[in-house]
Design a protein around this ligand. Structure first.
Ligand SMILES: Cc1cc2nc3c(=O)[nH]c(=O)nc-3n(C[C@H](O)[C@H](O)[C@H](O)COP(=O)(O)OP(=O)(O)OC[C@H]3O[C@@H](n4cnc5c(N)ncnc54)[C@H](O)[C@@H]3O)c2cc1C
Length: 302
């Protein structure tokens, strides 16, 4: 079976740079290994956490008292089919492939539609789970089907069955009840004008660099977009842009109020969590809107 390491520090596997130890930590490289690990956790009464690039997570300082199954580079192949008679190519990406690599390789091959993926720092599995999206496009717009493991077997869901919605999917819903591991997804993309595609990738990169604090650790947008509002605008309206409760390093980004950042990676999970709760309370008091975290909270914060 895949090697299970103990006491691996999760801070090293999240873009927010927070998080204590995992009781067990494994990086499988095949579907069979994932199924074995899930069975091992089940028979040892261990909780599981499926980890991608850790770019949408805040992990507590106490870490995770169970088995972390990291779906990363070891499970990250990317394949392109031949062009079909309608000019489409099917791209199959394993869940551990980074969204940036997927988007960039599609662009390099002159395929249109995956440009939005280039700047999202997650992996394909996390992207499908969250229905990641940017600049008007989401995973749901390009997905044809998704393979995933449920109840010890690999299953396939067509895109129409994937329940994609705003930062949610069938898998995100099912994972509340049982272990679900996304193993790959297929996208069907059309050949386009390579120069235009490259220019669009560069344009999106420029927009992102101009508006987001990409040089400081964060987990992206901290809060979901509340119906009819923008979280960043509400936070700014409450006077919290650039705000910090203390000198822990946790701060509302001065560049984009929707991002909580961890300056120097020195804040721990509870510092970040205290700031998140403060923002939620202040925005609620000022605007009557209760901000919900988009960032997934892992472990115990109380
Ligand atoms: C600077 C920055 C910018 C960002 N910009 C965007 C953006 O523009 N748009 C956007 O949508 N997001 C954005 N994000 C957030 C994040 O990158 C996305 O949500 C991404 O899809 C998360 O992927 P991940 O692999 O990092 O998932 P993780 O953070 O590792 O996990 C997220 C959730 O998915 C589950 N999961 C992960 N992999 C699997 C799998 N293989 N099978 C089953 N469950 C799995 C985890 O258990 C967890 O619940 C940004 C983040 C940062 C730091």
């Amino acid at each position: 079976m895949t090697d299970i390491r103990t006491e691996e520090i999760l801070k090293n596997y999240t873009t927010m740079r927070c998080g204590g130890p995992a009781a067990g930590f494994a990086e499988p490289s095949s579907e069979e290994e994932i199924i074995e690990l899930l069975a091992y956790a089940d028979s040892n009464n261990m909780k599981t956490l499926i980890l991608g690039a850790g770019s949408n997570m805040l992990v507590s300082d106490r870490g995770f008292d169970g088995l972390v199954i990291r779906i990363g580079k070891k499970f990250g192949d990317l394949e392109f089919s031949e062009e079909d008679e309608d000019g489409y190519i099917t791209v199959t990406a394993k869940a551990g492939c980074s969204l940036a690599w997927f988007g960039n390789m599609c662009a390099r091959k002159g395929l249109e539609g995956a440009e939005f993926c280039c700047g999202i720092p997650g992996n394909v599995g996390g992207g499908v789970f969250m229905n990641a999206g940017a600049y008007g496009r989401e995973i749901k717009d390009i997905a044809v089907s998704v393979d995933y493991i449920e109840d010890g077997a690999v299953r396939t869901a067509d895109a129409s069955e994937c329940g994609f919605g705003y930062r949610t999917s069938l898998f995100e819903k099912k994972a509340k009840e049982k272990d679900i591991v996304i193993t790959s997804f297929k996208a069907r993309l059309h050949k386009g004008d390579k120069e235009q595609i490259d220019a669009y990738v560069a344009e999106l990169r420029g927009k992102r660099t101009a508006s987001q604090p990409l040089d400081v650790p964060s987990a992206g947008s901290t809060f979901k977009r509340p119906e009819g509002y923008y979280a960043g605008a509400l936070i700014e309206k409450s006077g919290l842009k650039g705000f910090a409760l203390d000198d822990s390093g946790a701060q509302v980004s001065p560049k984009h109020a929707g991002f909580v950042v961890n300056n120097g990676g020195r804040a721990n999970g509870s510092d970040v969590m205290r700031l998140i709760r403060h923002i939620q309370d202040k925005v609620y008091a000022d605007s009557g809107v209760r901000l919900e975290t988009e960032v997934r909270l892992v472990g115990d914060f109380d």
